[in-house]
Design a binder for this molecule. Structure first.
Ligand SMILES: [Zn+2]
Length: 182
């Protein structure tokens, strides 16, 4: 298994700088990840509840413990920023969150609440799964704010998206700090 990419990433994650690198890599990979539903449109409507939820990062957390907490934290933060941006579109058609086949019905006006709730919980969990230490929190806050700025400005081209995505990251940081004061 030594040539296995997961094995390689696991070895990378053995050091603290390696964990930080895995965290940043996971944020970048998981920012666009919820839209993989476009590849499975026969089964999943776009904005599928399966990918537009915390399911993907929870799977990373539970199934890839060998990568360490950085990968799971980055996955939670990347998906949280994506869902926060998606929450800004009107909950109709492709803007709504949809159940998979054979249901193919949408959450309708509850879509916004679903997206924002998952985004907020995901941002909190990103900080909660990181190792103890103020350095990790500050790294995650900094990377998260830069990712929110980049995603909101480049992908969504919206000042409001930058503010809402950045706000979700800051809220996750703040909520974790409130529950676990340094
Ligand atoms: Zn999306």
């Amino acid at each position: 298994m030594s040539g296995d990419p997961l094995d390689w990433l696991g070895r990378l994650g053995l050091s603290a700088p390696g964990q930080a690198a895995l965290f940043v890599l996971a944020v970048l990979v998981f920012l666009p990840a919820p839209d993989v539903d476009f590849l499975l449109l026969r089964l999943l409507h776009h904005r599928s509840i399966l990918t537009h939820s915390l399911l993907l990062p929870v799977l990373v957390w539970l199934l890839l413990p060998g990568l360490g907490p950085g990968a799971a934290a980055g996955a939670f933060l990347g998906v949280a920023i994506h869902l926060a941006a998606d929450a800004l579109s009107p909950p109709r058609g492709y803007g709504a969150v949809w159940w998979p086949e054979p249901f193919q019905s949408s959450l309708g006006r509850w879509s916004t609440l679903w997206l924002l709730g998952n985004a907020a919980l995901g941002a909190y969990l990103a900080f909660a799964v990181l190792p103890v230490g103020e350095g990790w929190r500050m790294l995650a806050l900094g990377v998260g704010l830069v990712a929110a700025l980049g995603y909101g400005a480049v992908n969504e081209r919206s000042v409001l998206a930058v503010l809402v995505c950045g706000g979700i990251v800051a809220a996750g940081w703040w909520a974790h700090r409130w529950w676990h004061p340094p």
